[in-house]
Each structure stands twice: as C-alpha cells, then as structure tokens.
Design a protein around this ligand. Structure first.
Ligand SMILES: Cc1cc2nc3c(=O)[nH]c(=O)nc-3n(C[C@H](O)[C@H](O)[C@H](O)COP(=O)(O)OP(=O)(O)OC[C@H]3O[C@@H](n4cnc5c(N)ncnc54)[C@H](O)[C@@H]3O)c2cc1C
Length: 392
C-alpha cells in the first residue's frame, strides 16, 4: 500500500533539508524527505568548498547570499540548547577578486555597483592597497582588485546540513532512506513516486532537490531540465608556514581560487575542457594540480613555490548548461512539481534563501520576501538566459 504525505522532497542534502525546515514552520503539513544516501558521500553538499560571497554579477544572486550570510552567522540562535554546538564557524575573511587587465577591471567595477545596491560591502583596491593588506601576494600583474569586507568567507557545510535536518525533524519532518526511480503521472500531475525497493509514496506536491541528479528526476516526470554533473577536483596543500590569519579566498580570472583551510590551504582550477561527468565518476583529476594549479599558485605567491599536496577529492556541480544559475519554482508543464535545481557552484550559500522562497511558494502560491521568479523554468523554455558571469 502506498504511504501518503502532503509534500515529498526528493533529495535530503542542504537544499532539500532547508526547504523541509522552512516548510515545517508552517502548521499542518506532512513533509517527507526521501534520500538515497544518508551518508552523503557523493552529495555536492559534502564535497563543497563551503564558501560564501556576495561578489556576483547578478543582483538576485547577491541578495540571495546576503540573506545566506546572516543566516549562517546566526545559525546557532535557531537552537535552544548550547549555542556553540551549532556554531558554523563562519570565517568572514572575504573573497579577493583580482583583475589583470582593463576588461577584467571593468567587470569588477560593474559588479561592484550591482553588489553595493544589494547591501554588499565590496571595496575596490589598487595593487598597492592589496599588497599592503596581503604582503604575501604577488600583485605585479594586477590592475585592480575587489574585496568583500563582510558577509563573505567560509563555514561548516556539514554543520549547516546536520543542523537543518535536526531542526526539520524536531518539527515533524520524516526522513526516509530510498531512491526514487520513477514518478507516476496522471495528466499534468505527478501522482506517486516509486522507490528502487518497490515502495510507493503518494504526495500532493513533489520537490526536486536531487542535486546533480536533478535532470534524472525531472525526466521521470517527462520533462527536461538542462542540468548535468560537472566534475571539480579540490586540492588541500601545505606551505612551510601556515596561512596568515586574515588571508582571504583569492580568485583570479583564470579560473583559479585558493583559501586557507585550517593550517593548510585549499584550492581548485576550472578544467580546461569542462564536460559532463558520469554520475559515479568521483576520481580526482590529479594532473590538474601539477599542470594547472601549482604553476599559477607559484606565480601568485612565493609561499606556494614549495608546497606539498595533502589530499584531493572530486565533487559534482549540478551544472545548469543554459545560464549557470539555479532553476527554482513550479515547472510550467507539471502542476505539482517544484524545482530546486542547477545551483552550479553556489548552492550551499543559497540554501537558506531558496528554502525560504520555496516554502513561501508552497504556502502562499507566490514569493513573499525575495522574488525568486526570475530563476523560474519559464526563462529556459522561452530561451531567455538569466546570466551569472561570476562563476568560480
Ligand atoms: C567541488 C565543489 C565546490 C563547491 N563550492 C561551493 C562553495 O564554495 N559555495 C557554495 O555555495 N556552493 C559550492 N558548491 C555547490 C554546492 O555544494 C551545491 O550547489 C549544493 O550543495 C547543492 O545542494 P543540493 O542539496 O542541491 O545537492 P546535493 O548536495 O548533491 O544533494 C542532492 C541529494 O539528492 C539525493 N538524490 C539524488 N537523486 C535522488 C533520488 N532519485 N532519490 C532520492 N535521493 C536522491 C542525493 O543522494 C543527494 O544527497 C560546490 C560544489 C562542489 C562540487
């Protein structure tokens, strides 16, 4: 016999759990989260670089992360028990974007105006100002930089996930282990989800929070969304001296970023040939370290000339091939399917605002705080990209 629920969330990592918790604050809804792997070994959430920035080109992305930063900083206040247990150790050291030519500097200037308009505290810095703040950096090739003075840095990704799950469960959300392998349609509606082990779950509303597998789940409802897994390898490395305490996350326009990670550093480079990955391919691309990352690091700072790689892991972006932005909201062709997909490289920081927005959509039928409708599926069907230029 089918088990019945009001809302079935497919995928119980950070996005699914944020939606579950925000929804659970509304009385009277039975909410079920179905998760194929509660160890989250291959979830983007667990394999993330766990950083947050307001330095986006798209004002909505700035506003989404602005809300996320406060949420992350104040997360422990949501718990009645010892606050320190749920502190997400938000290290607000900022992102430092480096421009090496006029074209890149113009992008930083343009984004700076957008970001200030959404409450960001980005400042533009000359090469001398960068050098004065961060003497370890080589600024010879730099013409301008942008630094987020607040609301940017890194935090405990799994702490956010486990905290949201705990809060959701306290409010009565049920987490089930299982993999949705089919959705049974009745006209324009999904009637039920079928699990790999044969169980069936009926629901009024189905929410796709399946991360890089979001395209597969949409296909079960006979619709297509342009999401595919893209592999990213993250490296942790050691320098003779630990990172300076105020070191930021540094990103340049060549697809390289690095930041402190405890007493070590971590960093990554965008692959030269970025192709869709197999769903089960989590082999780190070690060649990237020697061939691409290390030479660029050594060029950026002398301290990176003698580094030792400690470990590496690969994770998948749920990459939106259309415009590298999230796809949020009701699917126009399936009346009870809500999408929370395609976060590319910035879904962890977006989880608080996305969870809030989707709860508003379910409860009120429209967004009541931040209007997320520009991120709807309609733009894709109509061929109108809603671009984010600042993808790391
Ligand atoms: C290397 C890397 C670095 C990143 N760095 C950052 C960063 O610095 N800042 C940032 O904000 N974001 C970053 N991201 C992106 C961020 O991690 C993701 O956008 C975010 O975690 C997405 O969360 P999610 O819940 O949508 O997806 P996931 O964490 O992938 O979770 C999806 C869940 O759905 C489950 N699932 C899938 N299919 C089914 C099914 N059929 N049935 C049941 N369950 C199913 C999966 O098991 C999984 O647990 C990074 C990602 C990677 C890979």
């Amino acid at each position: 016999m089918a088990q019945a629920t009001d809302i079935l969330i497919i995928g119980g990592a950070v996005i699914g759990s944020s939606i579950a918790w925000w929804l659970s604050r509304e009385a009277g809804l039975k909410i079920t989260v179905i998760e194929r792997d509660p160890t989250y070994q291959q979830a983007s959430t667990a394999l993330s670089a766990a950083s947050i920035r307001l330095q986006f080109s798209n004002p909505l992305n700035v506003a989404i992360s602005r809300f996320g930063a406060d949420f992350i900083r104040d997360f422990s206040s949501l718990f009645p028990e010892a606050e320190s247990a749920h502190d997400l150790a938000f290290k607000e050291n900022g992102y430092l974007f480096l421009a090496s030519n006029k074209e890149q500097a113009d992008i930083l200037r343009r984004n700076h105006v957008t970001q200030l308009g959404q409450g960001a505290e980005t400042v533009l810095l000359t090469p001398d100002e960068v050098k004065a703040r961060y003497p370890f950096l080589n600024c010879d090739d730099i013409v301008l930089a942008a630094l987020g003075r607040r609301h940017e840095g890194w935090f405990d990704n799994m702490g956010l996930l486990s905290g949201l799950k705990k809060l959701a469960r306290r409010n009565g959300v049920e987490y089930l282990q299982g993999e949705v392998v089919d959705l049974v349609m009745e006209g324009r509606r999904i009637r039920r989800a079928v699990l790999r082990d044969g169980r069936v779950l009926d629901a009024r509303i189905f929410i796709n929070a399946a991360g890089p597998r979001g395209g597969k789940v949409a296909a079960m409802a006979d619709v297509e969304i342009p999401i595919a897994p893209r592999k990213r390898t993250t490296f942790v490395f050691q320098t003779p001296e630990p990172p300076p305490p105020d070191a930021p996350l540094v990103s340049d326009f060549r697809g390289v970023y690095f930041r402190p990670e405890g007493g070590f550093w971590m960093g990554a480079v965008q692959p030269e040939q970025d192709r869709d990955a197999a769903f089960d391919d989590f082999d780190p691309d070690y060649a990237q370290f020697e061939q691409m990352l290390w030479p660029r690091l050594a060029q950026r700072a002398q301290i990176f000339e003698a580094i030792r790689m400690k470990r590496a892991w690969a994770g998948h972006y749920a990459f939106n091939r259309f415009d590298q932005n999230a796809i949020i909201g009701q699917h126009p062709q399936v009346d009870n399917l809500i999408l929370a997909n395609g976060f590319s490289g910035h879904g962890l920081q977006q989880a608080p605002a996305i969870g809030r927005g989707i709860a508003e959509l379910v409860v009120h039928g429209h967004y009541t705080s931040l209007d997320l409708s520009p991120l709807g599926m309609e733009r894709i069907i109509e061929g109108r990209p809603y671009l984010e230029e600042n993808i790391i």
